[in-house]
Design a protein around this ligand. Structure first.
Ligand code: HAM
Length: 419
């Protein structure tokens, strides 16, 4: 016989034992963001391919080689979302959210798809938590959003965090700077790695990301964008930094911070963790004031971030041990039809009363049923038989006999402080 089919490379099943930790990430994210006025949004898993080519950018790795694109029955090119910011800006425009009080603050927990080289912390389907504040270019939006991610990562116990921030300025300054950088790269072309050389015109900024030693030596003397920003953008960046200083959130200014998406302008940032290996980026984002226009919307400011759920879990310590879910296990001490009916009715009544309850579903012996109750960490076992119900409380060690289910349930409720 051949092996059973496996999940695709770079994907993973979220097994029941991992569910509680992932729920903790969701709950902390919700509580921190909703307390700050963010509301949840969910967009479709696939979008028109054009949404990403226009916003994330034709020259990026994501668009050039990582998108899962397909043609549907109506001959439209669709793409499984590689990220969620462009879909959310699309939804903002589509639903006229500019009419709401600004900025519109939205959060999400969504799966994303990128055809990347799979390794620890890098998958082809992964999950992001994220927050987007659309409709204001106030530097307080940037600082607050960064602070909220810091709070989430701290509450989740993510270890060894470092925050790097930078500014890419506005498009005019970036254009002028690109020409300067291209000239520097051309002047040193013979020392550059082939992939960097091939992208001098398309995406010169990515040269800062190169791991090649000789390229890195060239980049060490390259002009820096931060030294060529317009005054307005420098002021904006200074205000973001002063607000981060006001809450004593430590950061390093990284003038060469390059993000893998082309829609950024002004502030960019990234949290990395030294508890992770090569894939050290836990979360990042920035300002994207030009994105809406790239998809035919009016000029609209925006700022946001996303963080990888799997990377958070890899770098987190001290997440809470999950509480046992089952309180009452109903065992059947004999095979009489009345016993089965009584235990079934008791389970329904217990659930209605709010007591998490499991029943025997696999025909185990009574000893096996007690063992199973222990495995699911139930506090009580109600052993139902033709002659009544024996309720064992594992917390007190006491066993009490009852004539019927109602009396046994009343005892469970009293034991849990509900009467
Ligand atoms: P990103 O930096 O491409 O930004 O992704 C954000 C986070 O998603 C990364 O820091 C990382 O934790 C996680 N991540 C990315 N790729 C993978 C992967 N292949 N496997 C596992 N985790 C991964 C964005 O996606 C932007 N949309 C963020 C943003 C929101 N900017 C503004 N608003």
């Amino acid at each position: 016989m051949s092996e059973p089919l496996q999940a695709p490379r770079g994907t993973f099943d979220i097994l029941p034992e991992q569910a509680p930790l992932r729920l903790a990430v969701e709950n902390v994210t919700r509580s921190v963001l909703e307390s700050a006025g963010y509301e949840r949004i969910e967009t479709p898993t696939f979008e028109p391919t054009e949404l990403f080519t226009r916003s994330v950018g034709e020259a990026t790795d994501i668009v050039q080689k990582e998108m899962y694109s397909f043609t549907d029955g109506g001959e439209r090119s669709l793409t499984l979302r590689p990220e969620v910011t462009a879909p959310i800006v699309r939804a903002y425009l589509q639903h006229g959210m500019h009419k709401l009080p600004q900025p519109v603050k939205l959060w999400y927990l969504s799966s994303c798809f990128r055809y990347e080289r799979a390794q620890k912390g890098r998958y082809r389907q992964f999950w992001q938590i994220g927050a987007e504040a659309i409709g204001s270019d106030d530097p307080a939006v940037d600082a607050e959003s960064i602070a909220l991610l810091a709070e989430i990562l701290e509450q989740l116990g993510v270890q060894g965090l470092q925050l790097r921030i930078g500014s890419l300025g506005g498009s005019a300054a970036r254009e002028r700077y690109r020409e300067l950088l291209k000239a520097h790269l051309r002047a040193n072309e013979d020392q550059l790695a082939d992939d960097v050389k091939a992208r001098i015109d398309l995406n010169p900024l990515r040269a800062f990301d190169s791991a090649d030693e000789s390229t890195r030596a060239v980049m060490a003397t390259a002009p820096l964008l931060l030294d060529h920003l317009d005054k307005e953008d420098l002021d904006h960046f200074a205000q973001v930094r002063s607000l981060l200083d006001a809450i004593e959130l430590p950061y390093v200014i990284d003038p060469t911070l390059v993000r893998g998406l082309d829609y950024y302008a002004r502030t960019v940032f990234e949290f990395s963790s030294d508890a992770l290996g090569a894939q050290s980026g836990v979360g990042g984002g920035g300002r994207y004031d030009g994105l809406a226009e790239q998809i035919d919307g009016p000029p609209t400011a925006g700022f946001g971030w996303a963080a990888g759920v799997e990377r958070i879990l890899l770098a987190a310590e001290g997440l809470p041990e999950p509480e046992p879910l089952t309180v009452l296990f109903i065992a059947r001490a004999d095979d009489a039809a009345a016993t089965t009916a009584t235990s079934f009715a008791l389970s329904a009544a217990a659930r209605r009363a709010g007591v998490p309850t499991q029943i025997e579903l696999a025909g185990r012996s009574i000893k096996g049923q007690f063992k199973h109750a222990d495995r699911v960490r139930a506090r009580y076992v109600a052993a139902v038989s033709s002659s009544g119900i024996e309720l064992k409380d594992f917390e007190s060690g006491e066993t009490t006999r009852f004539e019927d289910g109602d009396a046994a349930l009343a005892a469970v409720l009293r034991g849990r402080g509900i009467s």
